[in-house]
Design a protein around this ligand. Structure first.
Ligand SMILES: Cc1cc2nc3c(=O)[nH]c(=O)nc-3n(C[C@H](O)[C@H](O)[C@H](O)COP(=O)(O)OP(=O)(O)OC[C@H]3O[C@@H](n4cnc5c(N)ncnc54)[C@H](O)[C@@H]3O)c2cc1C
Length: 309
């Protein structure tokens, strides 16, 4: 068995990546198939994901748009009560942030709304593969002209504080135990992707033919309690590997414990991170959760001192 310490990584590199590269990098965490990433792998991967309806992958990239439009067009959009879309009024129109999934499903539900058409026409023109099966390029007749402009991340960061909180999305990859992931996924406004014990077969070479556990912070390394924990993990690993000889990973995983190492990506806006830090760094929170959240909160607070006062 392998024992690792918990950790986290803010996904700054993916902020600068294209939408498809970002979606692939996040999506592959489920299968732990990152070794398959190549210069040409992103597009076929994302197309297959969209086809199979692995929808949470399509939540892992957001786009911020500025719309120049009329009051009536705004009223029509808000009348749809668009879900998972962050909408703010700005001069001459709207500032809108949503994930690829949000835009896809908004178009499926409300293809007749002018602002929905304008946003998806704009995104579909440059990324048609992200809207396959949902949207097709077409010439629209009549209607009042709508201006659509993509706002780069650097510009989002320069907006007023209340807008940065809502429109700046940030992804963090955690390596934590399964108890921590169970708790993190309760934060409903976030998007999540995590290593799947259904797909990952830990007897494979790429996993070192063994199970990885997260070191529990509760027991000192040389204590009797730590020895007991280690015995339990060794026994569990042995049973899991035996089960894999005749069963699928999804069947064998039924013996895996909370200490199992899991990778999870949490993607949400800064307002939600603020909420998460308030709850998950407090003395009432679970110690293994605080172990990663306290240093992460400190790092993000340093980046955005005015927002996290
Ligand atoms: C110390 C601690 C102990 C806990 N113990 C338990 C426990 O014993 N059992 C248990 O089941 N859970 C437990 N939880 C989980 C907790 O109840 C919440 O589910 C979790 O912290 C998610 O936070 P949230 O609901 O505030 O907000 P999030 O899901 O992060 O949502 C953010 C905000 O969105 C809004 N929101 C989202 N969804 C809705 C909705 N459906 N309706 C209204 N507003 C919404 C709210 O304003 C909310 O503040 C515990 C959490 C903590 C921090």
């Amino acid at each position: 068995m392998i024992v690792v310490d918990p950790s986290y990584e803010i996904q700054d590199d993916l902020d600068r990546a294209s939408l498809t590269v970002r979606l692939e990098a996040c999506g592959r965490i489920c299968y732990k198939s990152e070794e398959k990433i190549s210069e040409s792998s992103a597009l076929p991967f994302v197309k297959k994901i969209a086809e199979h309806g692995h929808n949470s992958v399509m939540e892992m990239a957001v786009v911020t748009l500025r719309l120049v439009c009329t009051s009536q067009q705004i009223t029509d959009l808000l009348g749809c009560q668009p879900k998972f879309l962050f909408v703010d009024r700005v001069e001459n129109g709207l500032l809108v942030t949503g994930s690829i999934r949000t835009f896809r499903e908004l178009y499926l539900a409300f293809p007749e709304i002018a602002l929905v058409q304008a946003m998806v026409d704009f995104l579909g023109a440059s990324h048609p593969y992200l809207f396959e099966g949902v949207w097709q390029s077409q010439k629209r007749q009549g209607g009042e002209l709508i201006g659509v402009e993509k706002i780069p991340l650097e510009e989002v960061e320069q907006l007023a504080s209340n807008l940065v909180l809502r429109h700046r999305f940030l992804g963090v990859k955690f390596i934590v135990n399964r108890a921590v992931t169970h708790e993190i996924v309760r934060h409903r406004p976030c998007s999540f992707l995590q290593e799947s014990q259904r797909y990952c077969r830990y007897s494979q070479d790429k996993f070192g033919n063994q199970v990885t556990f997260v070191r529990p912070l509760f027991f000192a390394p040389d204590s009797a309690e730590y020895q007991l924990w280690q015995q339990a993990m060794e026994l569990t690993e042995d049973l899991y590997l035996q089960l894999l000889e005749t069963s699928t990973p999804q069947a064998a995983r039924t013996v895996l414990p909370n200490s199992c190492k899991t990778e999870i990506i949490v993607y949400c806006n800064l307002a939600e991170w603020k909420h998460i830090f308030r709850l998950r760094t407090s003395p009432a929170a679970e110690p293994s959760m605080r172990e990663v959240m306290i240093p992460l909160a400190a790092e993000i607070e340093k980046r955005y001192p005015k927002l996290f006062m």
